[in-house]
Structure formats: structure tokens, C-alpha cells
Write a protein that binds this ligand. Structure first.
Ligand code: KIV
Length: 286
């Protein structure tokens, strides 16, 4: 398989994540769904790349993550893995792929690792997923858990809102995090959680927290790459800081190209191929 190359020095595996937590060193994670973006963000120095089920919103335009299939994540994962040398590649398990029973969950996770090249998988949920996390870890599958706002529960939650705002809900989140750590997860995504609760969880856990809309105390920050570079549509949540406007850059480039084609300015002689002089003579072409 093309992606099985020797590891680059500094390749990120679980021990590097653990050491960073012990040293208080911040790490970064971004999403990617294809070869070029994986390669660009790996070369820029991200520590983890998540082949997120946000592919449903960002790439397929589904509107939410519910329709995303294992095959879609698998195919994206294969491409991302080929573009990644140093970062840890984590594959999201889509809705419906870890809900039936433990054996089916293991089978699906193993496909992502064996054929997709994922080095860890991520599943959403708290105490209700503890038995699954335990079983996956028993089968040598590194697991990232995901609590707070879990987008696969969008129909149950009725929208994307900050979670853990009441004392009861906050206590439940903290308990969930401790249970998932005990079950063997090596990191936990905290999505849309008040920063005070994210700080408590980060301090209580020996494993790393990966924050998105959860404040600055998390050990690792994650964002959807397309939000960061301005390639998504609609209103952005307040935690998104846009570092580039790639959408505008693409729009302007395409507009300029259309204009050049229509004005006869593209392609010019240097952007096409001419016949050798000898052939021209033979064909009587000027
Ligand atoms: O799918 C995804 O991109 C995610 C991140 C937002 C954590 O789950």
C-alpha cells in the first residue's frame, strides 16, 4: 500500500500526546478530507489531523453529519494518510457505525485503521459509550472520545448549543470525562463547553482534552480547517477565528481566468505547445 512509508522523525503517536500533557505543551489539530490539504497542514506543523465527519457539512453539503457513511470517511482517510508524514491521523466514526453492537463497532474501526491508515478513531458520546471505548481499547484501537456538543445528536438536541451550562449538566460532563478516561480513551474532544468546565476537566484528567469552542485551557485546540481559511458558508460560531479568505481568493482567481479566456488573453504562446520547426516545414505550416 502506497501509504506505508517509514515514519518521519517526530511522527506523532500516543506517547507524544501524553508527554505534551505532562510538559504542559499545547498541541494543535485540524480537519482534512483530502491529500493536498492534509499535506499542506502537515507541512505547516499540525500535530493531529482529524478526518472528521464534518466532511458531511464542509465537503458534501449535507447540512449535518448524520448522512456521512463509513465509505466516505474511509476514502477521505486514505487520501489524508497519503498526504501526512508527521501528524497523527484520526478517523471519525460516522453516525450508525458504532451504535449497533461492540463487534460491529470493532469491525468498522478496524476497517478505518487497516484500509484507511487511521492511527486512532473518534466516537461521540459520554457514559453511554464507555463499554464501547473499553472494548475498542482492548482490541488495540486508540480512541478519542467526544463530549459536550455532539453533532451526531443534532436531532435529539434540536440544534448546536453550548452544553454543560447548568450545575447538573456540568457535573455530568465532568463525570463523563472521568469515565471515558477510565475506560481507556487517550484524549477527549470538548465541544461547545463553558471554558470553566473545560478547565476543570483538563485539570482533573491525566489524558488530553481537545477543545473546540471550549476556551484556552484545553491541552489541544481543534478547528475545522475550512472555517479557519474561510471556505465555509453561513454564519460562523464565535470560537472560529478566520485566518484567510480562501473563498474570496478562489472567486477572484476564477473570475480573472474567465475574463482572460473571454478576452483572448488565455492561453498565450508560452501556455501552449508548438510544432517542431521540421514538422512545420513538412506540413507547410507558417
Ligand atoms: O467532525 C469534526 O470535524 C469534529 C471536530 C469538530 C471536533 O468532530
Amino acid at each position: 500500500m502506497a501509504y506505508l512509508q517509514p515514519d518521519k522523525p517526530g511522527k506523532v503517536y500516543l506517547p507524544a500526546i501524553r508527554q505534551a500533557k505532562e510538559r504542559g505543551e499545547k498541541l494543535v489539530c485540524l480537519t482534512a478530507y483530502d491529500y493536498p490539504t492534509a499535506r499542506i497542514i502537515d507541512e505547516a506543523g499540525v500535530d493531529m489531523i482529524l478526518v472528521g465527519d464534518s466532511i458531511g457539512n464542509v465537503i458534501y453539503g449535507y447540512g449535518n453529519t448524520i448522512p456521512v457513511t463509513l465509505e466516505e470517511i474511509l476514502s477521505a482517510c486514505i487520501a489524508v494518510k497519503r498526504g501526512t508524514e508527521r501528524a497523527m491521523v484520526i478517523a471519525d466514526m460516522p453516525y450508525g457505525t458504532y451504535h449497533i453492537n461492540e463487534d460491529e463497532t470493532v469491525k468498522n474501526a478496524l476497517r478505518l485503521m487497516k484500509y484507511g491508515g487511521a492511527e486512532a478513531i473518534k466516537i461521540e458520546g459520554g457514559r453511554n459509550r464507555v463499554h464501547i471505548v473499553r472494548r475498542l481499547v482492548e482490541e488495540e484501537i486508540p480512541v478519542v472520545a467526544h463530549i459536550g456538543l455532539t453533532p451526531q445528536s443534532v436531532y435529539k438536541l434540536g440544534g448546536y448549543r453550548v452544553q454543560g451550562k447548568t450545575a447538573d449538566a456540568a457535573k455530568r460532563l465532568i463525570e463523563d470525562a472521568l469515565m471515558l478516561e477510565e475506560a481507556g480513551a487517550f484524549a477527549i474532544v470538548l465541544e461547545l463547553v463553558p471554558r470553566e468546565i473545560a478547565e476543570i476537566i483538563t485539570k482533573r484528567l491525566r489524558i488530553s482534552t481537545i477543545g473546540i469552542g471550549a476556551g484556552s485551557h484545553c491541552d489541544i485546540q481543534v478547528l475545522v480547517l475550512h472555517d479557519l481559511i474561510g471556505m465555509t458558508f453561513g454564519r460562523q460560531p464565535r470560537f472560529v477565528r478566520q485566518y484567510a479568505n480562501v473563498r474570496q481568493i478562489i472567486h477572484d482567481a476564477v473570475k480573472n481566468w474567465i475574463e482572460d479566456v473571454k478576452n483572448g488573453n488565455y492561453p498565450n504562446e508560452n501556455e501552449s505547445y508548438g510544432l517542431p520547426e521540421e514538422t512545420k516545414r513538412e506540413l507547410n505550416i507558417e
